[in-house]
Ligand binder design. Structure first.
Ligand code: ATP
Ligand code: MG
Length: 632
């Protein structure tokens, strides 16, 4: 086995040879002529001259060896459905969906917007677009009309694929009225809407525009729709960032680079083997869902579980029961989901046979140590692998690559820079590279960004350059907008977003460090720390916390006692300078739909300002509670 350090070095210093080798993991109709064209930085073109197809690599190419193997396992605890599609079945369903799209005039390069719940048809829809070379834009089903309308305008889709309703906690959540309203609000109108009718919420189709999926599908039971071979650089999809720090950015992804990046990640990062089972609990509306519910596992010849439902219904053991039943090898989730499970009976973890499970990967937000420890113990010491990435990158930047060389995880660290990523920590004031251990810097990536990363912002090359590449003085590097340190072993620790750094009397503190410290108090379940303007010190930290046991918070005096205790913890761990000016107890924290803390919104209301773009916010009541508390 090669050492990981050698593997990584080769990926940077002998870049083209390294990626030419990885490119062999996928099928090409025409082999690439040039591995990387970086003649026009920061725009990188990967596998130039090559022709391939994402759907072919995810589905068709497996028919020869594994047609009867499970490919897509759809499980809904909302509608009590469970259905396994083999690669042969999936191939047939994708062609049926592709035939419907073709009938509606969809050709290569057309955009198709997918606004669907977590049902098998959503996977068919994505793969059918890829098959035709159409560019999909999946919009998370939880978004309402306004957010959806802006995405319809931005993507200008010829066709929208949707459903009558999603379902949450066993109750139908209608989609169709929101979609109709969004189309009304949008300046762009799609020619057609394909409606999957789950019979969860009655609706009236719009004559001439809406077509019924079941009726159209019935016409195409045996229709053959070949894959459209596209150039490697042909866009496969657009997808929006979570909108945690501001207005969401529309990420544009290529085809060839993405296929290769995902194909390579399966053995090197996830140790996923063809014939195995992958269970990613994200949603197809997010990048993790694109890469590791749909494309990655299928490209790797694995079965993938598409799960509709809550992690705690019928009980907190549901995910583990699926691990047992489908012999899941690789699982991928988010810290926020684990924190939900943490509130359940720990016995639910030991109830099932989890022997098939190799590792649990977690990404999306900082993995706090108590949560990491809890799940690690619950899974009997199986590797818990924190990995760090962004919608923009499409696959992890930092992780442990156990498929290359086994390495231990460190609590609080998402691991080392992954092959292909030339990660540099830089000083945000001078642009100087920080090479020493434990120096705080902005996590940046030197161009060219590796395969699979964003090509540009959809329709806005200028914004791509100005947003990501022109932020560090004297240097053109890609900024992740996250602070980090690297220890002497090369492990990174993410300290928070660059705009989450607060400056208390000249001391620069990451909100993450303060949150970690506060979380270590036994009665703190969750916490958000923001910097609030202060006349004397410039800024002070303010904490909003959820108590695990609220029975002790009966009156103001009791709140004060707990507040003082929490402050003491910060004092002793980080020093008085980091001590929050207030620790305010709340029952919920405002988050994005993808479960990320909306610190900028909290900070704005704490300073009495307008919270800005809130289109991706999940629960408005959580922010309102803070507004009310600040007022009082
Ligand atoms: P926007 O860019 O619109 O503000 P966003 O950055 O939250 O939204 P995503 O692409 O969904 O959109 O999230 C990527 C960010 O999530 C990273 O930049 C980082 O801040 C955070 N993140 C992801 N994984 C981890 C991790 N393992 N540890 C710490 N932070 C993480
Ligand atoms: Mg971001």
């Amino acid at each position: 086995m090669a050492s990981f350090a050698d593997f990584h070095t080769r990926s940077i210093q002998d870049r083209d040879a390294f990626w030419a080798e990885q490119a062999k993991l996928v099928d090409w109709k025409v082999s690439p002529q040039q591995i990387c064209d970086y003649s026009n930085p920061p725009f990188a073109k990967w596998f130039v001259g090559g022709q391939t197809n994402l759907c072919h690599n995810a589905v068709d190419r497996h028919l020869a060896e594994r047609a009867d193997q499970a490919a897509l396992i759809f499980v809904s605890t909302e509608t009590d459905q469970e259905k396994t599609y083999t690669f042969r079945d999936l191939h047939a369903e994708v062609q049926r969906m592709a035939a419907i799209l073709k009938d509606l005039g969809v050709v290569k390069g057309d955009r198709v917007l997918i606004y669907m719940p977590m049902i098998a048809e959503a996977a068919f829809a994505m793969l059918a677009c890829a098959r035709l070379g159409a560019i999909h834009s999946v919009v998370f089903g939880g978004f309402a009309s306004h957010s959806l309308a802006t995405r319809i305008e931005d993507a200008s889709p010829k066709v929208i694929i949707s459903a009558d309703a999603g379902s949450r906690g066993g109750k139908g959540v209608p989609y169709k009225p929101l979609l109709d309203e969004a189309i009304k609000l949008s300046a762009h109108k799609p020619a057609h809407v394909i409606m999957v009718d789950r019979k969860l919420a009655p609706f009236t189709p719009v004559a001439g525009r809406d077509v019924d999926y079941a009726a159209e599908r019935a016409k195409h039971m045996d229709t053959v729709v070949p894959c459209e071979w596209v150039e490697s650089t042909h866009p496969s999809y657009t997808l929006y960032t979570s909108g945690t720090t501001g207005k969401p950015k529309g990420v544009q992804r290529d085809t060839g680079g993405y296929t290769v990046a995902l194909a390579a990640s399966m053995p090197h990062i996830f140790e996923g083997k063809p014939g195995g089972t992958f269970f990613c609990t994200s949603d197809i509306g997010w990048v993790v869902g694109h890469s590791y519910i749909i494309y990655g596992p299928l490209i790797g010849g694995m079965a993938t579980i598409l799960y509709e439902g809550l992690p705690i219904r019928p009980d907190g053991g549901i995910w583990w029961s699926l691990v047992e039943k489908y012999k899941v090898n690789v699982m991928f989730s988010a810290p926020t989901a684990i924190r939900v499970l943490k509130k359940q009976d720990p016995a639910l973890l030991s109830k099932y046979d989890l022997s098939s499970l190799q590792a649990l990967f977690l990404a999306g937000e900082p993995l706090d140590e108590p949560t990491a420890k809890w799940i690690s113990e619950g899974l009997n010491g199986k590797p818990i692998i924190d990995n760090y990435w962004q919608t923009e990158t499409g696959w992890p930047i930092l992780s442990i690559c156990n498929g290359v060389e086994k390495a231990p995880s460190k609590f609080g660290s998402p691991g080392k820079a992954i092959y292909g990523y030339n990660v540099k920590l830089v000083d945000d004031q001078t642009g100087e590279e920080l090479t020493g251990a434990n120096q705080k810097g902005v996590l940046t990536i030197e161009g060219p960004l590796p395969p699979g990363n964003l090509q540009t912002i959809w329709g806005d090359d200028k914004r791509f350059v100005s947003t990501y590449w022109n932020t560090v003085p004297n240097k053109m590097v890609y900024s992740t907008f996250d602070w980090a340190v690297r220890d002497e072993d090369g492990y990174f620790f993410i300290l928070g977003r660059t705009d989450d750094v607060i400056n208390v009397a000249g001391h620069r503190l990451g909100t993450r460090e303060i949150e970690e410290s506060i979380s270590s108090h036994p009665n703190v379940a969750e916490v958000a720390v923001v910097g609030v303007a202060d006349q004397l010190k410039g800024q002070v930290a303010m904490a909003f916390a959820i108590a695990k046991d609220t029975s002790c918070l009966t009156d103001d005096a009791a709140r004060k006692t707990l507040e003082a205790e929490v402050m003491k913890v910060v004092d002793s761990q980080l020093g008085a300078v980091a001590r929050p000016s207030r620790v305010i107890f709340v029952t919920a924290l405002p988050k994005t739909r993808s479960g990320k803390l909306l610190r900028r919104a909290i900070q704005a209301v704490a300073e009495g300002r307008d919270p800005g773009d809130l289109t991706t916010m999940d629960d408005p009541a959580a922010l309102q509670q803070i507004v009310d508390l600040i007022k009082s």
